[in-house]
Design a protein around this ligand. Structure first.
Ligand code: MCN
Length: 781
């Protein structure tokens, strides 16, 4: 494969439109006769709904309709399970409780919708919410993971015997036996709390049932337009072809926009069919804090067993995972935690067990990293604790336990995110560790810099985190490539785009094979009228799965171009080359035919058609990997903690990353920057605080702090290692979540290292100045 475009740092095709305000977002959609929706939401985390009277709201001037659960009749039903539970795991218990469109009997989290008002403006709709009379009986809220499983706890779902949503146990080898012969056993309790995905653009939808076309069109901030179309068609009793979902530009997704069958989506689609008018709902930030899905809270009891010289003989992790009020995403998040705990290390014996717990909090579904950051966090925390117990350098402990580069494919013998055995396809873990150490100057910092700075009273520390990132999972994606009679290339695929640069990276792959520039490839990623089949953008799979479908379609179209050109130029295909939008005879460059002319001729008129001819220079191809590809890396950072303000300044941040063949290094670096920013936010600034009643205490951007540019390290230094994946023709692996996965682990490791001389150990995330103060204070007095 030549490399004119693949692997080049090409600027993003989409940026001029985005930067000049010419990009369409859902809130830009305006339609004649459009109505607006507002939702009445539960103020209680847990409360029985005694009665709801909407008559005054219905009479409110400008209100067109008000609906409660009762009005939905047979259309009221819980949403589908969006991902199956991994029943290939023996003994698995899973209690499915998916979310409902409107509360019928009781509210299970603050923000759960009770009624919807549809009016001629959002202002009117919001005003009319105040006219609804509610009688609700508050119940004890389930908020604490351990308490939730104790007998006598209030029940989130009355028809279940307890708040247990799932119980999963997996084994590799025999942990108990390994522990019995270990020289050292280190045990810790480690906690990770909730954060919000906090995309710049909140969720939003416009739904329009056109009675004359008999078609539902939905503009949606979704990461999975095709899956959303399928779910909406299913819930409304329509055929897939009756529904068109368009995801225009989306201002960040970061996971929650993969959710489907959310109350607002269902209500808008159902109501527009009754009213025959378009309806818009744009989530406001206060709603986003309580009714867009969230992630991360888990409580782990971890134990690592080692020999005296630092070889890991076994690991045990028993944890509780908070799924919130419902579990529509089944076990995706805790399964990822479970399968990312061993990370790059060779751990012969592993006992991993989790209980998923229903609580009266917003639903948990994947947020960038999707369970992986927790797995990495607990492993890296216990590794640092083990290194201290063994008086070993923490990077050396990591190195000697890494899976060697010649051990691939490496079988982990537990069930992974593909629901089959987790297998690492390829990697060179020690090389990324070494690269990160060299980039940050680890040895010199530890030997000379840190003692020097400490002697000046500075609390500086270095942290390190090694990680794997299984991504690029199936089942499949597809792409259709067409040469238009303008000579430009149209490329359509079913994945959604929320900022990942697909408009450019996929264009590069097509351009590579078709002899055009990436600017001449028009990419559509979010319109079900353009592409019918696909899954969505999650698990860092765009490059691997959709990218390889694009690659296959481009090669197939190239074949068609060459075949037709060979006929028209009367020259064997092997003597033809594609460049500058033309096919030319290699030795006779003046003998050419343009792609435009070829496309025109490939759509023959009557009389010139040979029987069996397939029209057009077009191909649709699909790609599904055998199993997910394993990206990996190491993050290292140096921080200084100010013991007056408790602020943490990141002085150096390096990441050595391996995502196989890189399609566009500029985009990959940008993805890492974004992920690292999210990781820093979720390490130090962002924490959703709830009281015992399940009320969110910091549901505004004034109280829930997002990091800004000044909180970021001045530079994020990135090193690339390219270990191609043998599982796809381009050899790529994912990168979209890479920065978010290891950063919390490295951050806490660095802060702990900076404060280690005070005898402080940190087994939690996120931190905050307050929390560091609480940890430091007892050691100072
Ligand atoms: N890429 C590449 N070479 C590789 C791997 C990737 O050039 N070896 C390019 C891809 O072609 C794509 C981008 O990097 O343009 C990300 O690719 P990939 O890692 O395959 O991830 P996805 O395209 O599947 O994106 C999903 C991932 C996830 S799961 C979340 S969450 C996420 C993310 O990416 N949310 C994002 N990145 C985000 N970036 C932005 N700006 N906004 C979000 O909401």
């Amino acid at each position: 494969m030549s490399n004119q475009y693949i692997g080049q740092r090409i600027r993003r095709n989409e940026d001029p439109r985005l930067l000049t305000g010419q990009a369409l977002f859902v809130d830009d959609v305006q339609m004649p006769g459009m109505l607006h929706a507002a939702f009445l939401r539960s103020d209680y985390a847990h409360a029985r709904l005694r009665s709801i009277d909407v008559s005054a709201a219905r009479a409110h001037p400008g209100v067109v309709a008000v609906y409660t659960a009762e009005d939905m009749g047979d259309f009221w039903r819980p949403g589908p399970l969006l991902v199956p539970a991994p029943h290939s795991i023996p003994g698995l218990i899973f209690n499915k409780r998916t979310q409902i469109p409107l509360v019928r009997d009781k509210a299970r989290h603050v923000g759960e919708p009770l009624a919807v008002v549809i009016a001629d403006s959002r202002y009117t709709a919001e005003d009319a919410l105040a006219d609804i009379l509610l009688d609700m009986d508050p119940l004890d809220a389930v908020t604490d993971l351990e308490q939730a499983l104790k007998p006598g706890s209030a029940l989130v779902h009355d028809d279940l015997p307890s708040n247990l949503a799932a119980h999963v146990v997996q084994h590799k080898g025999h942990y108990a036996e390994a522990r019995a012969r270990a020289d050292v056993v280190v045990r810790r309790r480690i906690s990770i709390d909730r954060g919000a995905a906090a995309a710049l653009e909140n969720r939003g939808y416009v739904a329009w049932w056109d009675p004359k076309m008999q078609q539902l069109t939905m503009w949606a901030t979704t990461q999975a337009p095709i899956a959303l179309r399928n779910v909406m068609a299913g819930m409304l009793g329509l055929s897939e072809t009756d529904v068109r979902v368009i995801a225009p530009f989306v201002g960040g997704g970061f996971g929650p926009k993969i959710m489907l069958a959310q109350p607002e989506e269902v209500l808008l689609c159902w109501a527009t069919r009754r009213l025959g008018r378009p309806i818009k709902w744009i989530e406001d930030r206060a709603e986003n804090f309580v009714c867009t899905t969230q992630e991360r809270s888990q409580l782990h009891d971890v134990e690592i067993a080692l020999t005296r010289d630092g070889k890991i003989v076994g690991l045990q992790d028993v944890f509780l995972h908070d799924t919130g009020a419902y579990d529509p995403y089944a076990l995706t998040v805790p399964l990822n935690t479970q399968t990312h705990t061993m990370g790059p290390y060779n751990i012969p014996n592993f006992h991993t067990e989790y209980r998923v717990v229903f609580t009266n909090k917003m639903i948990v579904t994947p947020v960038r990293g999707a369970g992986r950051p927790q797995g990495v966090f607990i492993m890296e925390r216990i590794m640092d604790a083990a290194a201290r117990a063994l008086h070993m350098d923490p990077t050396e402990l990591r190195r000697i336990n890494m899976i060697p580069p010649d051990a691939f494919p490496f079988h982990q013998t537990i069930i992974g995110q593909d629901f089959t055995e987790q297998i690492y396809d390829s990697a060179n873990f020690p090389a990324t560790l070494q690269m990160a150490k060299e980039m940050i100057g680890y040895d010199q910092f530890v030997r000379t810099e840190q003692p020097r700075l400490r002697s000046q009273g500075k609390h500086v520390g270095i942290g390190i985190a090694c990680f794997t990132e299984s991504g690029g999972v199936g089942p499949y994606e597809g792409a259709r490539i067409t040469v238009a009679s303008s000579g430009k290339i149209n490329l359509a695929t079913g994945v959604g785009t929320q900022g990942q640069g697909h408009f450019t990276s996929f264009a590069q792959v097509a351009a590579e094979h078709l002899g055009v520039s990436p600017q001449d490839v028009h990419v559509v990623t979010g319109d079900t009228a353009q592409f019918q089949w696909g899954t969505g953008t999650f698990a860092s799979r765009g490059a691997v799965v959709a990218g390889n479908a694009v690659n296959a379609a481009a090669l197939a179209v190239r074949g068609k171009i060459l075949k037709l050109a060979s006929k028209l130029l009367n020259t064997p295909e092997e003597e033809l080359e594609l460049a500058d939008g033309q096919v030319r005879v290699a030795d006779l460059p003046e003998q050419t035919i343009s792609l435009a002319e070829l496309a025109f001729k490939a759509n023959p008129m009557r009389g010139s058609v040979e029987p069996g001819t397939e029209p057009g220079l077009e191909s649709t191809q699909y790609f599904g990997p055998q199993y997910g590809a394993t990206a990996s890396g190491t993050v290292a950072m140096i921080v200084e903690v100010d013991l007056e303000t408790m602020l943490v300044q990141i002085q150096r941040f390096v990441i050595a990353h391996d995502c196989g063949t890189v399609l566009n290094p500029l985009i990959v670096d940008g993805q890492i920057h974004g992920g690292v920013s999210m990781g820093i936010g979720q390490s130090f600034y962002e924490q959703l605080m709830f009281n015992e009643g399940g009320q969110l205490l910091n549901g505004s951007l004034a109280d829930y702090l997002l990091p800004n540019a000044l909180d970021m390290p001045a530079r994020i230094e990135i090193g690339h290692l390219n270990t191609p994946s043998p599982l796809n023709p381009m050899g790529s692996k994912g990168v979209g979540e890479a920065g978010a996965i290891p950063t919390p682990a490295a951050f806490v490791s660095a802060v702990e290292n900076a404060l280690g001389h005070l005898g402080i150990e940190i087994m939690e995330s996120p931190l905050s100045p307050n929390r560091i103060f609480e940890l430091v204070q007892p050691k100072r007095t």
